[in-house]
Ligand binder design. Structure first.
Ligand code: MOS
Length: 729
């Protein structure tokens, strides 16, 4: 039996607050934590599958053109080699699930350097890797392969364009105006677990162990790629070693493993090397962004302009949504926003860790710091003065809005000195010390989700959905939601995820997982509560459950009388999404030290204050915020994809050359969670949180660099060479 909830109205019933178990919000440790730290949680490549052979992708050594021929004989005599598989279904970008309408995906087209062109299968991984390197491929190379976004024609993304009032006029009459251009480098998702898949067939039935974020969608992609029915395909992704966007869509290793296993009639594993993950899996686009701020003498914005140039391959529909939160973060009557895409032949650009705000907020918040300085206003106060009371473009109310509280509570906890600021006020030996702050914003998303919850005759519960846990805490919070609703200790709730045999969850992406799939569990539990209330003979709203019993009545075990009781919950976002603007908000504060002689920047301490609706688990939520802040440090100081200007191939394709923050880079970080209820965001009143922690944090660091040493930088990341070049004498 199934229960359905389509949310068309704010949910102010606050049912979770009326429950009696008291487990929601508790900082319980991740339920799969022990399995992970003891190495007993199997990741995609680790499932023991008998008779499995190893496939390694061979990748293109041209930027644009066509594969003319693949010379199988060049490797078939090498030790252990079993087969060379060429199949357009696994080697076109269709396998990346992003290129739905790409015009140039004829079977053997090469669009970027490093694109997979064939799969070599051998007895061992080393043999396959060796043969893949030696595989001779003949190409017809096209000479016209632009790789520099600055030198090609651009396409305007029209639905992002906003022209309201007259920005040019607002700029010309403004008492304080800022007109600056920033650049940000491309980013890699940099998940720890490389992309991997093991495929095996049983007649016409395919089972794939893969590392994916969105099984509900990946199953459709895989069935489409292989021209199969979805019920012939099973994907299992119980543990995912980070995704950060790179595993939202299916990529070549999964399709290649499936095709090879079919052709060879035996299981095949395909694991990408770290270099291949960097070179073939999508990148975050580099950006060029112009910010225009027109303010009166008090810093109140009359004009706001944000224009961004991003890039992608020809025909790709994704454009880094740089302006996403710029549309509503600050009030200003005269507005101009525009997003343009340059068509170039670097690998596919796609969603990477907080697509949009991760690079849009640090530039906007850098410009706001300049405005605060020009206007002689405290940067916190400047933000407070410009918080709109409704969406300044759509005119919609905000679902809930805790920016002001985050700014105030964050400033207080950080020990922010209010008032106008001047750079270069504190030096300790070689080091300039300074502080900076920035706002955080990240749109809230939800998606359709289903989950089945079953109370077993022994009084335990089982939650089943194909939802994934990509290291975020999904297993844990779903146990807490079911436990709260059904009056069970979360330890009594088994959560079974990451299997397409289960009802379709929302998948993990865009920070929507907890609110969406959590709501499906909530809906299922609500239906179970109604059935229990029915059996007890009372109204559901009067039913109090705790510790496995009806308070003042029977145990669940007695009530069930040896039979299990299950319900499927189906949650759908409804019309409410059209009636409100929903976003998480927050504030970052950072103290840095900058070396006067080397330009090296170290973050001394950092604090983030965030409002994202109900906190489902204070430990997992805090960890998400800490992770986001850590990525902020990377975006501010080190992370940059570097491309060869001739071929567009990625040069720094490993975790040594592409530097994400490591322990030495991450100081004491403090997180304040400003608890709130958002009745619009979801029936749980929770909003997305995973990505909010990196949406603006880089600007707090950049602004602190300026405050410390007087170097105002317009290019992220702020590497020592750039800091030194911008430092006054
Ligand atoms: Mo996210 S970058 O939508 O996984």
């Amino acid at each position: 039996m199934s229960a359905h909830l389509k949310q068309d109205k704010p949910d102010t019933a606050n049912r979770l607050d009326q429950m009696k178990q008291g487990t929601i919000g508790q900082p319980i440790p991740r339920v799969e934590g022990l399995a992970k730290v003891t190495g007993t949680a199997p990741y995609a490549a680790e499932y023991p599958v008998e008779g499995c052979v190893e496939g390694v992708l061979a990748t293109a050594t041209i930027t644009r053109g066509e594969v003319v021929s693949v010379d199988r004989d060049s490797v078939m005599d090498m030790p252990g080699v079993i087969a060379v598989i060429e199949d357009p279904r696994m080697t076109t970008r269709a396998a990346q699930g992003t290129a739905n309408e790409a015009p140039q995906q004829s079977p053997r087209t090469v669009c970027y350097w490093g694109q997979p062109v064939a799969l070599v299968v051998a007895e061992t991984f080393e043999q396959a890797r060796d043969a893949a390197k030696h595989l001779r491929v003949e190409y017809r190379e096209e000479s016209d392969a632009p790789v520099d976004p600055q030198v090609v024609d651009t396409e305007e993304q029209e639905d992002e364009t906003v022209r309201q009032g007259d920005l040019a006029r607002a700029m010309s009459v403004a008492e304080n105006a800022v007109d600056v251009t920033y650049t940000t480098k491309g980013h890699a998702s940099a998940a720890m677990e490389p992309h991997a898949a093991i495929a095996q067939w049983d007649g016409r039935q395919l089972t794939v162990h893969a590392s994916l974020q969105m099984l509900n969608y990946n199953i459709t992609e895989l069935a489409d790629a292989l021209d199969m029915e979805e019920d012939q395909v099973r994907i299992i992704s119980r543990f995912v070693g980070g995704g950060f966007g790179s595993k939202l869509g299916l990529s070549e290793e999964t399709v290649a493993a499936a095709i090879a296993a079919m052709e060879l009639s035996r299981p095949v594993r395909v694991v990408m090397s770290r270099q291949q993950v960097f070179q073939c899996i999508m990148r975050r686009s580099e950006t060029t962004q112009r910010l225009q701020l027109a303010a009166d003498s008090e810093g109140r914005l009359a004009g706001f302009g944000h224009k961004a140039l991003v890039s992608n391959l020809p025909g790709e529909s994704f454009a880094e949504p740089v302006l996403q939160s710029s549309h509503f973060l600050y009030a200003a009557e005269n507005r101009e926003l525009m997003l343009e895409v340059a068509r170039i032949h670097r690998m596919t650009a796609g969603s990477v860790r907080a697509p949009g705000e991760a690079v849009g907020m640090p530039t906007l918040e850098g410009a706001m710091d300049i405005l605060a300085e020009r206007a002689g206003i405290d940067p916190v106060e400047l933000r407070l003065r410009n918080i709109p009371d409704k969406d300044p473009e759509e005119g919609l109310p905000f679902s809930s809005h805790k920016l002001a509280e985050c700014l105030r509570q964050g400033a207080e906890a950080f020990g922010w000195d209010t008032g106008p600021r001047r750079p270069r006020q504190r030096r300790e030996g070689e080091w300039w010390i300074g502080t900076g702050m920035a706002s955080a914003a990240r749109v809230h998303n939800v998606g359709e989700a289903k989950a089945r919850v079953t109370i077993k005759p022994d009084g335990t519960a089982l939650v089943e959905t194909d939802m994934t846990d990509i290291g975020t805490g999904t297993y844990t919070i779903l146990a807490q939601i079911a436990g709260e609703m059904l009056g069970l200790d979360p330890a009594q709730v088994l959560v079974d995820l990451g299997d397409t045999r289960h009802p379709r969850g929302s998948g993990s992406g865009g920070s929507w997982g907890a609110a969406s799939t959590g709501s499906a569990v909530y809906v299922a539990c609500q239906a179970l509560r109604e059935e229990i209330a029915n059996r007890v003979g009372i109204d559901e709203t009067a039913l109090d459950l705790a510790d496995g019993r009806v308070i003042g009545g029977q145990t669940l075990v007695d009530l069930l009388g040896g039979k299990e009781l299950g319900r499927e919950g189906h949650y759908e976002p409804g019309a409410i999404a059209e009636d409100y603007t929903a976003s998480g908000f927050g504030a970052f504060f950072a103290e840095v030290r900058v070396n006067h002689f080397t330009g090296e920047t170290r973050v001394n301490r950092m604090l983030g204050a965030f409002g994202f609706g109900r906190v489902l688990n204070h430990k997992t939520a805090r960890s998400q915020c800490l992770g986001g802040i850590t990525w902020s440090i990377g975006a501010a100081l080190t992370e940059a994809l570097e491309f060869d200007p001739r071929t567009g191939h990625l040069v720094n394709c490993d975790l040594a050359e592409y530097h994400v923050p490591v322990h030495r880079d991450v100081p004491d970080v403090d997180v304040i969670m400003v608890e709130e209820r958002d009745p619009v965001a979801s029936p749980l009143q929770a909003k997305g949180i995973g990505e909010l922690g990196m949406c603006g944090g880089a600007a707090a660091i950049g602004n602190a660099v300026y405050n410390a040493c007087g170097a105002r930088l317009f290019d992220y990341p702020m590497t020592p060479d750039r800091v030194l070049a911008a430092m006054p004498d």
